[in-house]
Design a protein around this ligand. Structure first.
Ligand code: URA
Length: 205
């Protein structure tokens, strides 16, 4: 199906949406987080990436993918010849879910009700921007993007025609790559991730 055009007041609409998300109480996660971390990037981006949720550094900076996973993502995008400044980057869940251990804040994965509650924002972001391609990084993003639980291994590597008319892709989350203990496997998986991004990047050029 042909995607409907973006609204002409997209800048205002997006700013209002972001502003509204700043005081979101749709689930309890706002209580322990510093702030809502909304998506960022050009509103006419043809490619959008969805992560899981802000991490410790993103929660403080108020921007998606600025910590270690973001650095890995930046390098992968560079190698894939995708300018991060030309794409929209957001998260499935907009507040940092964590547990405190002393001074440290330990990441916790969002659960299904939290992902569902936050999908309200993601759907609105995508409806406004109408990117041609949306890439889900990891299972949480895939669940939010597709509205159902999927496995990475079964969904990876083929485009998915979504109900909203966009083309969806599912791949690994950069944190998965960071956590792989074996260096050779890590490098092989990272190379596969870069190859996927490069392929997807060519499709929006
Ligand atoms: N991991 C994510 O999924 N998103 C971020 O913004 C940072 C780390």
């Amino acid at each position: 199906p042909k995607a409907p055009a973006r609204p002409s007041n997209i800048n205002v609409a997006w700013k209002m949406l972001r502003e509204e998300a700043m005081s979101c109480t749709r689930c309890h996660l706002y209580q322990d987080a510093t702030q809502t971390v909304f998506g960022e990037g050009p509103l006419d981006a043809r490619l959008a990436l969805i992560g899981e949720q802000p991490g410790d550094q993103e929660d403080i900076a108020g921007r998606p993918f600025v910590g270690p996973a973001g650095q890995l993502l930046d390098r992968a995008l560079e190698e894939a010849r995708i300018d991060r400044g030309s794409i929209y980057v957001t998260n499935a869940v907009k507040h940092f879910k964590h547990e405190r251990r002393g001074k440290r804040r330990i990441h916790q994965s969002p659960d299904t009700p939290e992902i569902k509650a936050c999908r309200w924002w993601l759907d609105r972001e995508l409806d406004l921007l109408r990117p041609r391609i949306v890439v889900a990084l990891g299972v949480t993003a895939a669940r939010a993007m597709l509205g159902k639980a999927v496995t990475i291994s079964r969904t990876r590597g083929t485009p998915i025609s979504m109900e909203n008319g966009m083309e969806g892709w599912v791949t690994v989350h950069p944190s998965f790559l960071l956590r792989l203990p074996d260096e050779r496997r890590r490098e092989a998986e990272r190379a596969r991730f870069v190859d996927e991004l490069r392929y997807i990047g060519e499709r929006v050029k």
